[in-house]
Write a protein that binds this ligand. Structure first.
Ligand code: T3D
Length: 263
């Protein structure tokens, strides 16, 4: 399935979703949001997909909201932000964050504003060495959105979250990796092969367990120890009833590679 602003391709169990407005650094219009929703709906209907890979076309990953698209056609002043935040960004961030499948994000260039928030909502983020992350909101008199103010203090700590969001300076990919904002940074030419290999590898893993691991790790941010121990027990009971658990144990004992199905 290929829209104008989002390209979807599926192979080897991986659905690659490519944001495709390269001339505007893949900034979001309402049309791009709608096409991205359609791509994610299509992935949800396709049982061959076991992992998602999100990236951008051209020299940017995503420059957040398209600042032309928010202008009132008559006054040329920015319109109200509420509708797109509620109808587009919040459901998108929630969907990526809570998706039952592993979501790899390959940040091929600058990730600014909501573009950075969307990357942080994914499970494993790789970035090209030339890529950067910019909390651009303050430069246009806005505050972080699309989950940015949720993710940043949790993954970077309050001091770095405040510095990044209040100053709006570019953070290079290498520093982002050193600060633990992303999984790793790689040479530009290696980004897509490495990200793809990772997504294919995840697609061959026990993906039901991977979905439950996401729930566990994300749950632990809010839970106390008692709640987390209860969550671990509940999710481990579910994992232990899976085909993949039986297969993993059998393969280990028979000294052969496992064949996981994701159920
Ligand atoms: O409604 C709401 O506002 C609610 C939603 C808010 C969520 C948000 O994301 S708010 C934050 C919006 N994003 C920004 O403020 C980032 C704006 N862009 C930049 O600051 C810079 O472009 C970058 C730091 C990302 C990259 O800089 P650079 O020098 O590498 O590229 P550039 O030359 O600025 O951009 C290249 C082209 O993309 C250029 O177009 P042109 O002149 O070649 O025709 C530029 O205008 C366009 N572009 C980049 N970002 C956006 C954009 N066009 C529209 N909207 C953008 N966000």
């Amino acid at each position: 399935m290929t829209g104008q602003t989002v390209i979807l391709s599926v192979s080897e169990g991986v659905a690659q979703v490519t944001l495709n407005r390269p001339e505007k650094l893949n900034s979001f219009t309402r049309i791009m949001h709608a096409e991205l929703r359609a791509a994610l709906d299509s992935i949800d209907r396709d049982s061959s997909v076991r992992a998602i890979l999100l990236t951008g076309n051209g020299r940017g990953f995503c420059a957040g909201q398209d600042l032309e698209d928010i202008l009132d056609p008559v006054s040329r002043a920015p319109g109200p932000v509420g509708p797109t935040l509620k109808e587009d960004y919040a459901p998108l961030v929630q969907r990526l964050h809570d998706h039952v499948l592993p979501v790899v994000c390959a940040v091929n260039g600058v990730a600014a504003g909501a573009g950075a928030s969307i990357a942080f909502a994914c499970d494993i983020v790789l970035a090209a060495r030339s890529a950067s992350f910019v909390q651009a909101f303050v430069k246009i008199g806005l505050v972080p959105d699309a989950g940015g103010s949720y993710f940043l203090p949790r993954i970077a700590g309050t001091a770095r979250a405040l510095g990044l969001t209040m100053l709006g300076d570019k953070l290079d990919a290498e520093t982002a990796a050193q600060w633990g904002l992303i999984w790793r940074c790689c040479d530009d030419q290696d980004l897509m092969p490495e990200s793809r290999n990772l997504a294919v590898r995840l697609a061959g893993m026990p993906t039901l367990a991977l979905g439950l691991i996401k729930k566990q790790i994300r749950g632990s941010v809010q839970n106390n120890l008692v709640q987390q121990l209860e969550l671990e027990t509940e999710l481990q009971e579910r994992a232990s009833r899976s085909h993949d658990h039986r297969e993993g144990v059998a393969a280990f004992l028979q000294k052969r590679p496992p064949s996981f199905k994701g159920n």
